[in-house]
Write a protein that binds this ligand. Structure first.
Ligand SMILES: [Zn+2]
Length: 213
């Protein structure tokens, strides 16, 4: 078995036997895998405080064909659980654990997840991360370009959102939509601003994930 080092994010942690834990982790270079943390529940364990759910750590571990075995760890960032909505941590970690497959490597997603954690799990960061994760894995339309005119990511920032098809649009296409629907009732508007509807977007994503993921 080779000894490896990587920076990881702890997605999930399960107690195992009297003093061990099995952690589901997402490594920057090693992808998603399970790792056995022996003796980590003992008060004397030097790894004890380093590997809580949603923490970022540098670890050394052995990995053969089965589960990895932790040897050393160094904490890089632990979220302040007193300030963060626990629901947001759950929204992000559970979805990541479901969408990213065992042994799947994805550095882009790793960096995106890391920035949500460093950002303190703000609602906007949580929603944008979930949209990124879902669309880059084919569960939602591609959010890197306008669905109407195909304006792409170099000049495009998704600002308007279709509540029914989950497509996104640029300012210009939104303006055209408003012009074309001037006379219709506002409460029936299907395309809304992402920035001004954070709780609506949260709700739509929660429902979508609950039903389809
Ligand atoms: Zn457009």
């Amino acid at each position: 078995m080779a000894q490896l080092k990587d920076e990881i994010i702890i997605l999930k942690s399960i107690n195992f036997s009297e003093s061990d834990k099995i952690l589901s982790v997402f490594g920057r270079n090693t992808g998603k895998f399970s790792i056995l943390a022996k003796g980590i529940r003992k008060l004397t364990s030097k790894n004890r405080g380093n590997l809580q759910t949603a923490s970022i750590a540098k670890v050394s571990f052995y990995r053969g064909s089965g589960m990895g075995v932790l040897t050393e760890s160094e904490l890089l960032c632990m979220p302040d659980f007193t300030l963060i909505k626990l629901k947001n941590i759950e929204r992000v970690l559970r979805l990541t654990n479901k969408v990213i497959q065992e042994d799947q490597t994805d550095t882009k997603t790793y960096e995106a997840l890391k920035s949500v954690i460093m950002n303190g799990f703000s609602q906007d960061a949580v929603n944008r991360y979930r949209i990124f994760l879902l669309s880059s894995n084919g569960f939602l339309p591609d959010w890197r370009m306008c669905s109407k005119c195909s304006r792409n990511n170099t000049e495009f920032k998704p600002e308007y959102f279709n509540k029914e098809s989950f497509e996104v649009y640029c300012q210009e296409c939104y303006n055209n939509y408003i012009k074309a629907n001037k006379s219709t009732n506002n409460s029936k508007t299907i395309i809304v601003s992402i920035e001004n509807n954070k709780s609506l977007i949260t709700k739509i994503l929660d429902n979508y994930i609950k039903e389809y993921i």
